[in-house]
Design a protein around this ligand. Structure first.
Ligand code: NAD
Ligand code: TYD
Length: 340
């Protein structure tokens, strides 16, 4: 029997990972530990809430006592840390919570993992720690980190601390660095759900700059499968990149999304770019593939499947878009210069 503490498990990827674990394993207990920030949402876990193998604890990863209590009460042996502030645009406006949760919170979890001699601490990281990747290159796990946004810098700092705990204290850690995830339950501030829900309502899609920036849009369950594989078969102390290994221009992603919805290209509106916008991310995923992993979805399949989920699940995103989101949207896009 494994006892997992899934921090940030009420967010997008965390909730998909919880569902994935409960579907896949019988001999498992899963405790979600989540602060329920604007991005945390128990609707994401509605379909598992009555599962006897699942528990929810509301708590902040920066709170040492609350973390220790959860580990002791639930006899946790493994932490998988998804908890983070995650949106680049919000980190540009106000980095404070990013430093608190992504850096200090990770340290609190590492200390707890050390104190209670956990069997594994797994950190969910991102391709953004490598910074902008020039054409013709792909990031490998041994590349130096070169983050360029406050979000990416907070995640890179966390990774360095995780690695230091392995080197200094022998803590059994692993790290996965994922490319952009898309799929069910992603908060609609991120580009694919934002554009899908805007397009459903015939609102403009605010494409930053020329829209030729490149991202590796992977399906969230492919990422979950990779995390699980690294937990089972990854080498302690190692980092694994997770993505399809291909990139796509944002504008291409937008065209697929509009075509899937049957909406016109005239909804595309080029607006003032994000400051410090990384032009391209690109991951070399051969190390993960050597463990026996393959992504199950191409970009196009992932985009189309995601769009269909949002079409079929208005109950989930309407509530969000009618709440705090409206104020965020006005702040983020209200004054933004339209280019064409
Ligand atoms: P998300 O914003 O949807 O969810 C984050 C969750 O963390 C929320 O449930 C929130 O309530 C919780 N949380 C935030 N601060 C907390 C705190 N102090 N204590 C406890 N819980 C807290 O994020 P996501 O997109 O699911 O990302 C999950 C992880 O994966 C993050 O670490 C992120 O950096 C990483 N990641 C995301 C992507 C992506 O494309 N979304 C890609 C690569 C890596
Ligand atoms: P996002 O989903 O914020 O993820 P990240 O910045 O972590 O990669 O953005 C994905 C890409 O989409 C990125 O190149 C920025 C771009 N983008 C837009 O063009 N318009 C938008 O309104 C948003 C939110 C993002």
């Amino acid at each position: 029997m494994r006892n997992y503490l899934i921090t940030g498990g009420a967010g997008f990827i965390g909730s998909n990972f919880v569902r994935y674990l409960l579907d896949r394993y019988d001999d498992i207990r899963v405790v979600v530990f989540d602060k329920l920030t604007y991005a945390g949402n128990l609707d994401n876990l509605l379909d598992v809430q009555d599962d006897p193998r699942y528990r929810f604890v509301r708590g902040d990863i920066c709170d040492k006592e609350a973390v220790a209590r959860a580990i002791q009460e639930h006899e946790i042996d493994t932490i998988v840390n998804f908890a983070a502030e995650t949106h680049v645009d919000r980190s540009i406006v106000d980095p404070d919570a990013f430093i608190q949760t992504d850096v200090y919170g990770t340290y609190v979890l590492l200390e707890a993992a050390r104190q209670f001699h956990l069997e594994r601490y797994h950190q969910i990281s991102t391709d953004e720690v490598y910074g902008d990747v020039p054409p013709g290159r792909s990031s490998t796990e041994t590349d130096p980190v070169a983050p360029r946004s406050p979000y990416a810098a907070s995640k890179a700092s966390a990774d360095l601390m995780v690695l230091a705990y392995h080197t200094t204290y022998g803590l059994p850690i692993t790290i996965t660095r994922g490319a952009n995830n898309i799929g069910p339950y992603q908060y609609p501030e991120k580009v694919v759900p934002l554009f899908t829900t805007n397009a459903i309502d015939d609102l403009p899609l605010p494409v930053y700059g020329d829209g030729r920036q490149m991202r590796d849009y992977q399906y969230v369950l492919d990422h979950c499968e990779a995390i699980d594989l690294v937990l089972q078969r990854g080498r302690i102390g190692e980092i694994y990149n997770v993505g399809t290994g291909q990139e796509m221009e944002n504008i291409k992603m937008v065209e697929i999304l509009l075509d899937e919805l049957g909406k016109p290209r005239s909804l595309i509106q080029h607006v003032e770019d994000r400051p410090g916008h990384d032009r391209r991310y690109s991951l070399d995923v051969s190390k993960l593939k050597a463990l026996g992993w393959q992504p199950r979805h191409t970009h196009e399949e992932a985009i189309r499947k995601t769009v269909r989920w949002y079409v079929e699940n208005e109950w989930w995103w309407r509530k969000i878009r009618n709440g705090e989101f409206q104020e965020y949207y006005r702040r983020q896009y209200g004054q933004r210069r339209v280019l064409r």
